[in-house]
Ligand binder design. Structure first.
Ligand code: ZN
Length: 241
C-alpha cells in the first residue's frame, strides 16, 4: 500500500497545492487527511473543497470544529481566535455542513492503521502528543500497528520495538516486523519545527517517509495581509514556527 497522509492544512492553498502536486508525481493510491483544513490561513473554502475532492478519508481537527461553532475557542490564543472568527464569516454553509460530518478518528482495519487528529487516548479532547511519555501512554489506547496523527505541527515517527523500548525517528524509518508506530505527519500549511516547507508523510509496505515541499509562502502572506489576518500568523509561516 502506498498512501499519503496530510494534516493541518490550515487554509493554506498554496501549500496544499504544492503537496498534492508532489503526491501526484509519486503514483500514490490514497490520500488520507487528519484534520484542521481551516483556521489561520486565507483560503478555507478552497482548501475544504480540494481536500474533499482528493482525499479518501477526512477527519475533523479542533480548528475545523471551532470554525463551525462546535469547539470552545476561549482556550485559543488571541491570534488563533481572531482567525477562527474570520473563518466563520467566510466559510460557506455547504462547507460548514461538510466539516460537521467529519469524524474524530477512523480505523482502517485491513491496513492496520488508526487515524486521529490529536491522540488515540482521547481523539475529541485535543491533547497534544509531544513527549515519549505521552507516546508510552497512548500506545496503550490502540491495537493497530500504526497510528497517524497531527495537531502539534511537528513531524516525527515513534517506534515501539517488541522489547517495549521507544525510538524516535525524525525523517521517517524503515518498517520492522513486530514494531508499532505513532507517526505525526507534521503540518502542510503551518509547520512549527523550524522548517517552513510544507510537510506530509508517505507510507508504503517497507517505509514511512516525512516529506518536505517548498511552496510560494509570499503569495499566501499577501492574501493574509489583504484579509487583515493577524500579523504574527503572517510572519510565522515564513519562519516555520
Ligand atoms: Zn493544527
Amino acid at each position: 500500500m502506498l498512501c499519503a497522509l496530510l494534516s493541518d492544512v490550515h487554509a493554506n492553498l498554496e501549500a496544499l497545492d504544492a503537496v498534492l502536486k508532489d503526491v501526484d508525481g509519486r503514483n500514490i493510491q490514497d490520500i488520507l487527511f487528519l484534520g484542521d483544513a481551516v483556521g489561520y490561513g486565507p483560503d478555507p473554502n478552497e482548501c475544504v473543497e480540494l481536500l474533499v475532492e482528493r482525499c479518501k478519508v477526512l477527519l475533523a481537527g479542533n480548528h475545523d470544529r471551532a470554525a463551525i461553532g462546535l469547539t470552545d475557542i476561549t482556550y485559543f490564543n488571541a491570534y488563533a481566535r481572531n482567525a477562527i472568527e474570520w473563518t466563520m464569516k467566510v466559510l460557506t454553509e455547504k462547507n460548514k455542513e461538510i466539516i460537521g460530518a467529519w469524524p474524530f478518528e477512523k480505523e482502517m482495519k485491513d491496513e492496520d492503521i488508526l487515524l486521529v487528529h490529536s491522540t488515540p487516548k482521547e481523539p475529541a479532547e485535543w491533547h497534544y502528543l509531544l513527549t515519549l511519555w505521552d507516546a508510552e501512554i497512548n500506545f496503550q489506547y490502540f491495537d493497530n500497528k500504526f497510528c497517524f496523527l497531527g495537531h502539534s505541527h511537528q513531524p516525527f515517527v515513534i517506534e515501539k520495538v517488541p522489547s517495549g523500548e521507544l525510538i524516535t525517528h525524525r525523517d521517517g524509518t524503515r518498517l520492522r516486523e513486530g514494531s508499532r508506530y505513532i507517526i505525526n505527519t507534521g503540518s502542510v500549511g503551518q509547520p512549527r519545527d523550524g522548517d517552513p516547507r510544507a510537510c506530509y508523510a508517505i507510507m508504503n509496505d517497507g517505509d514511512i517517509d516525512i516529506v518536505r515541499v517548498s511552496y510560494d509562502i509570499a503569495s499566501v502572506q499577501d492574501k493574509m495581509k489583504k484579509e487583515h489576518l493577524p500579523e504574527p500568523l503572517i510572519e510565522r509561516i515564513l519562519m516555520g514556527k
